[in-house]
Design a protein. Structure first.
Length: 294
């Protein structure tokens, strides 16, 4: 799960490149002892995501580089020397793996999703897309719960629902960005159900059929997010004290941030093929207020 509403991150914890984020990491609400660990995980994920998405490298080169960072990940997990290609990433991540016994397979799941992005641009079914979310988003929430010492099955399930919902919300928010790159994350089975074809999506046509399709996707994402509403209270109970209170508030901000994007999508009649809703300063105030009194 991407922690928190927008907060500035100390320079030493900044990710390697600048990106707009709905849910930036290592906010002031996180327990201070965990901020370097959360930032290290984010730095690793952001670097690997950039390998998959940024620049003009050919797919074969992207896959080769992702394989190389995977080898370095398991070298770090086993306290072996790596390639040295990403010293900042693994210089921060390796001690975190050792200190918290961080599960390397969860980090490797992220790499699997990034590799899939290189070679797969269409999804036939919702089950296919949710499998992608299970590797691209859910590991982040599970890693955060691991840092919090929360391991029970119910909490993990609630975390997965929040994280998959955030990933889906990001997809529906970013249709106008992803489609020009050739990626359509809306499953093909949903196109047919709403009378939409690929040509309409590739042309980013805004019409009743496409907006109804996006509205249905947004509604499903909201329902999935709401399945995780009890997680903050569970984390607060596990950590206890002030750390538990602010960790719970952080998670409530995550949830409210996702719901706020859905509200902004609804406000523009789900016309995200043409317009990308973003969170601003006033939205951060609303998110925090709602989270505080949730």
């Amino acid at each position: 799960m991407h922690p928190g509403p927008s907060h500035s991150t100390p320079a030493a914890l900044q990710p390697p490149s600048s990106h707009y984020e709905n849910f930036p990491v290592a906010s002031v609400l996180c327990p201070p002892r965990l901020r370097p660990a959360i930032a290290a995980i984010y730095w690793f994920a952001r670097t690997a995501d950039d390998i998959a998405d940024e620049g003009d490298a050919r797919p074969a080169q992207r896959l080769q580089d992702l394989a190389a960072i995977r080898e370095d990940l398991f070298a770090a997990a086993e306290d072996r020397p790596g390639s040295g290609r990403w010293p900042g990433v693994f210089g921060a991540l390796q001690p975190v793996i050792a200190e918290f016994d961080l599960p390397a397979p969860l980090l490797a799941d992220l790499l699997s999703a990034f590799e899939q992005d290189v070679v797969k641009q269409r999804y036939a079914t919702e089950a296919e897309l949710l499998d992608y979310c299970h590797r691209s988003a859910d590991p982040v929430g599970r890693l955060l719960l691991h840092l919090y010492g929360v391991h029970d099955a119910q909490s993990l399930d609630q975390s997965d629902n929040i994280c998959s919902a955030l990933q889906l919300i990001n997809f529906w928010q970013d249709l106008g960005v992803d489609i020009p790159r050739g990626r359509i994350y809306i499953p093909r089975e949903l196109w047919a159900a709403h009378g939409v074809d690929e040509a309409q999506l590739m042309a980013r046509e805004v019409n009743p059929a496409t907006t109804n399709l996006i509205a249905a996707c947004a509604h499903a994402a909201r329902a999935r997010m709401l399945k995780g509403l009890e997680l903050p209270a569970r984390v607060a109970g596990r950590l206890g004290g002030f750390d538990g209170w602010r960790a719970a508030l952080e998670l409530r901000c995550v949830i409210q941030g996702g719901l706020r994007i859905l509200d902004k999508m609804e406000a523009i009649d789900h016309r995200t093929l043409a317009r990308r809703p973003k969170l601003g300063a006033w939205d951060a105030v609303v998110i925090f207020w709602k989270a505080l009194f949730a």
